[in-house]
Design a protein around this ligand. Structure first.
Ligand SMILES: CC(C)(COP(=O)(O)OP(=O)(O)OC[C@H]1O[C@@H](n2cnc3c(N)ncnc32)[C@H](O)[C@@H]1OP(=O)(O)O)[C@@H](O)C(=O)NCCC(=O)NCCS
Length: 146
């Protein structure tokens, strides 16, 4: 399965794949074409897509702030799941983050996303039950929960 770095020309196909996945959290700013372009400009080498027949069937968006690696919106087309594509995307991403000197990677998964939580457990991402995740909006954001 060919896996390559994501670029902004992939956006429309990637967005379509994201919207086809349940139990994921998006928003109108960070996940707009402009938002993803900004993210990829800052993190050009750590996000990957899997392709099949000119279609994008898997995506892992990831980047870092010089300290922690963050993974977002990991998705595999439901027709291609349980074939190891998600695992391959995670391996590519973690290797790219490591190459950039990053020592730890983190991500968020909705509690209700059982598949996502099983997947990340298998990938070795442990839950942190001693932490409360807090955030604050700096601009008016519209959530897009799938
Ligand atoms: C989560 C997701 C990316 C996994 O992709 P995938 O290509 O099917 O994953 P893999 O085939 O590499 O699976 C690796 C392991 O994850 C676990 N896993 C994957 N799908 C699972 C499921 N439906 N139920 C339970 N465990 C699952 C298994 O342990 C699996 O190992 P195994 O095949 O040896 O049993 C895919 O199901 C998906 O896109 N889901 C919708 C979007 C989503 O929830 N993303 C994560 C949110 S952050």
């Amino acid at each position: 399965m060919p896996i390559r770095k994501m670029n902004i020309d992939d956006y429309e196909k990637v967005y379509q794949l994201w919207m086809s996945c349940k139990n994921m959290g998006f928003n109108n700013l960070d996940d707009s074409k402009e938002g993803i372009e900004k993210f990829l400009r800052r993190n050009p080498d750590t996000s990957f897509v899997a392709e099949y027949d000119d279609k994008i069937i898997g995506i892992i968006l990831s980047g870092h702030d010089g300290r922690r690696g963050y993974i977002y919106h990991m998705s595999v087309d439901e027709r291609f799941r349980k074939q190891g594509i998600g695992t391959q995307l995670v391996e590519k991403c973690l290797s790219a983050l490591k190459d950039e000197g990053i020592n730890k990677a983190a991500l968020l998964v909705f509690n209700r996303n059982e598949t996502g939580n099983s997947f990340w457990e298998k990938m070795g991402f442990s839950p942190r039950n001693d932490i409360t995740y807090r955030n604050k909006e700096l601009n008016e954001i519209i959530r897009i929960d799938t």
